[in-house]
Design a protein around this ligand. Structure first.
Ligand SMILES: *Cc1c(COP(=O)(O)O)cnc(C)c1O
Length: 391
């Protein structure tokens, strides 16, 4: 056996012994809030389908029917990069619509949030720049920082005094400072103070990049994200959203000034050197983007559900964090998180344990991600499991 294979076997064995070995689950039918998982029908509290659009069959059926009449607009392949022949007119329509909604000069659509985050920083940040990134930012932002030539440093999660001290120390020593943050953090369910980040951007002449993967569709009157709710859309240099979560499609986008778009089109490798999204996906993204604009009632319901779930669990002595539709219950050790998730599954509830290294040691958690098509009675049943000593 080669050295590599021996080494891999040893590492996998360690993960197995620690109970940290990841495996791919078998996912069956999805039906509204229900998900068939490893052969059982479970209440799905682990999905990013925050508005319930992805599992609502009516919109999808209407789109597919419409597709039957427009062959080319519903092609399942673009067959080429956007810079060659993959730039279907639906890209233009989608980007024009995004720019208009966000009232920004330009928008750019990417294949995924992962492509966006591993492409934007490497395109913009040079060897003479410094990138300051929240410690809990998504892995794709970290990977973008690794690829970029710039120096990459992390500030303590949500600790803006720490961020400011790093900015103050760096002032004048780099060509350009960058600040990068998620808006709604996926692991802690808490929110960045975007107003404060904009203040820093202005005080230090930094470029501000915000990733709204979990804020798009869920925050703001028109679902444009936490930046809309905070009234700072126009002050963020590159505001990223993804289509794969609340928008129930696939791909990602960013809004920005025209010059930034022009520069990215010329330099962003994850935009240039990859096959464009298929028209069938772009058309669907356009429809969902439009449909979700009017879902303010769903957004309010979602936040009310989360507030109530947090309050009920706290009243039972559980450590619950967050201030969004993502509700993490901190349980401590890996073993406890895994055993609680298993017990919940036996009770028909799908909530996945999140363990180190995804989160810091001793903060293993059960992560509930809520959706607007749930009602309180669904969650009340979950709370009762915490009551009965089952967990
Ligand atoms: C999910 C996620 C991404 C990746 O987006 P994909 O479209 O799934 O590749 C990027 N950033 C954050 C914060 C995310 O949660």
């Amino acid at each position: 056996m080669s050295r590599l294979y021996e080494q891999m076997e040893r590492e996998l064995q360690v993960l197995r012994e620690q109970g940290r070995l990841r495996t791919l689950p078998v996912i069956g039918r999805r039906d509204g809030i229900w998900q068939e998982f490893d052969g059982r029908r479970l209440l799905n509290l682990s999905s990013n389908d925050y508005l319930g659009i992805g599992s609502r069959s009516s919109l999808r059926r209407a789109y597919l029917q419409q597709c039957g009449h427009h062959g080319d607009r519903c092609s399942m392949t673009s067959s080429s990069s956007r810079l060659l022949t993959g730039n279907h007119e639906l890209y233009t329509r989608l980007e024009d619509r995004l720019a208009a909604l966000y009232q920004r000069e330009a928008a750019l659509v990417f294949n995924s949030g992962y492509h966006a985050n591993t492409g934007i920083l490497p395109a913009l940040a040079t060897r003479r720049d410094l990138v300051l990134s929240d410690k809990l930012n998504h892995a794709s932002i970290l990977d973008g920082g690794r690829i970029a030539a710039a120096e990459f440093r992390r500030y303590r999660h949500g600790d803006y005094d720490h961020l400011e001290s790093l900015l103050a120390r760096a002032e004048g020593r780099y060509r350009q400072l960058f600040i990068v943050s998620e808006s709604v953090f996926s692991m802690d369910g808490d929110c960045a103070d975007l107003g404060r980040l904009v203040e820093f951007k202005e005080r230090y002449g930094a470029i501000l990049i915000v990733d709204e993967a979990h804020g798009a569709g869920t925050f703001g009157r028109h679902g444009l994200g936490l930046a809309e709710a905070s009234g700072v859309i126009g002050s963020i240099d590159v505001l990223i959203g993804t289509f794969g979560k609340a928008f129930a499609s696939t791909g990602a986008y960013a809004v920005m000034d025209g010059i930034v778009k022009e520069y990215l089109v010329n330099t962003m490798r994850t935009l240039i050197f990859t096959t464009a999204l298929p028209p069938v996906v772009l058309g669907w993204s356009l429809q969902v983007l439009e449909a979700q604009l009017g879902m303010q009632e769903e957004r309010l319901h979602l936040q009310r559900l989360a507030d109530r779930l947090r309050a009920e669990l706290r009243a039972r002595g559980f450590g619950v964090i967050g201030e969004s539709h993502i509700v993490p219950v901190i349980v401590g050790t890996d073993e406890r998180a895994v055993s609680m998730a298993l017990k919940l599954r036996e009770q028909g509830v799908l909530a996945l344990p999140v363990r180190p290294p995804t989160v810091p040691e001793q903060t293993a958690r059960l992560r509930f991600s809520l959706r607007a098509d749930l009602c309180w009675e669904d969650l009340e049943a979950v709370v009762h499991h915490f009551d009965g000593g089952v967990l």
